[in-house]
Design a protein around this ligand. Structure first.
Ligand SMILES: [Cu+2]
Length: 338
């Protein structure tokens, strides 16, 4: 019983994380007005549901058929009653409209001086490009600052949904949708794709990391320099993860949407036309920039091109990482050098 009540009244919980079961934590400025509107509509609906159902039951019992009786003249008209049931619901729905419209405008009117991050969606990962050109698979933002996301898609319609911020926007190929919000609570939240977009739709997740005041710039500087700061294999692993390669390629020998990259380097792969190719530096580079040039036998040509979206030095460390996944990778590496 307690948990049922929790569930019902979770909707009106005002305070911090874990307080309400029905609605997630509120972590952005627009969340409050969204929740207010939601709760208002919810409780108005509950009130009328209970009232109307109860009256219906009472009337069914009270005025049930009890044999033929003389029916007197019932009341025909009551101005007071009709005014009441017209005016009160009108006020209730006008309040609904007002609060909904206010929240809508808050979300959709451009804000000044916002921090802009480009978002690119593709089957089945997200890419966030920061003003300095750094690209990450997760969304990092500073707290208490207006953020403007510019959304584009490489393939089908996706939808960017951050429940904790109460924002959701379609990501449509061929146009740029925009989204504004201001995060109010540092922490880590989940970003979902909310538009069914194919096989791995349910894995199309990203983290939203809201950095406390002052820490965001630090994070961005560190993150942007990682290739210089890390050994190539580690940097490559990071590129592999942040660029969404893991959505389709495993490194443990299991087949994914694409072939596993374990032991791929230095070995022969068979293409869809029957030809054989040795996986070396140039082949990996070509696979990343022009994946459809050679398609591995037994796989669909679904790998997106990274042409124009990945820097040469990122490809270089990626190659080092893929090399490190092969046993005897040293020999293979040397072969590749010749
Ligand atoms: Cu999607």
């Amino acid at each position: 019983m307690m948990s049922l009540l929790d569930h019902l009244f979770g909707a009106i919980a005002v305070a911090g994380p874990g307080d309400g079961m029905s609605l997630p934590v509120r972590a952005a400025d627009v969340a409050e007005s969204v929740d207010w509107t939601f709760n208002y509509i919810f409780f108005v609906s509950v009130f009328f549901f209970v009232l109307i159902t109860a009256l219906a039951v009472i009337f069914v019992v009270k005025y049930r058929y009890r044999g033929d009786r003389e029916l007197g003249d019932g009341p025909s008209h009551s101005t007071a009653l009709e005014l009441t049931w017209t005016i009160i619901p009108s006020i209730l729905v006008v309040v609904m409209f007002y609060s909904g419209f206010k929240g809508f405008m808050q979300m959709n009117l451009p804000q000044q001086n916002s921090y802009e991050i480009l978002v690119n969606a593709q089957k089945w990962s997200w890419e966030f490009t920061y003003p300095n050109g750094y690209v990450d698979k997760d969304l990092h933002i500073p707290v208490d600052r207006e953020i403007r996301l510019v959304l584009s898609s490489n393939d089908v319609i996706h939808s960017l949904f951050i429940p904790a911020f109460r924002v959701k926007k379609d990501v449509v190929p061929g146009r740029y949708n925009k989204l504004w919000f201001k995060a109010t609570r540092p922490g880590t939240y989940t970003l979902f794709c909310a538009e069914y977009c194919g096989t791995s739709h349910s894995n199309m997740l990203a983290q939203v990391v809201v950095h406390p005041a002052g820490e965001f710039e630090q994070w961005l500087t560190l993150a942007s320099d990682f290739i210089a700061a890390m050994p190539p294999v580690e940097a490559g692993e990071r590129v592999f993860k942040t660029r969404g390669c893991t959505q389709c390629h495993t490194t443990d020998g299991n087949r994914g949407i694409g072939p596993t990259l374990k032991d791929a380097f230095g070995h022969e792969a068979t293409m869809s036309d029957g030809s054989k190719v040795v996986v070396d530096e140039d082949y990996i580079r070509e696979s990343v920039l022009d994946p459809q040039a050679k398609v591995v036998q037994g796989f669909e040509p679904v790998m997106p091109t990274f042409q124009g979206r990945i820097k040469d030095k990122e490809i270089t460390v990626l190659i080092e990482y893929i090399k490190s996944l092969s046993s005897g990778s040293q020999d293979a590496a040397q072969e590749g050098q010749q």
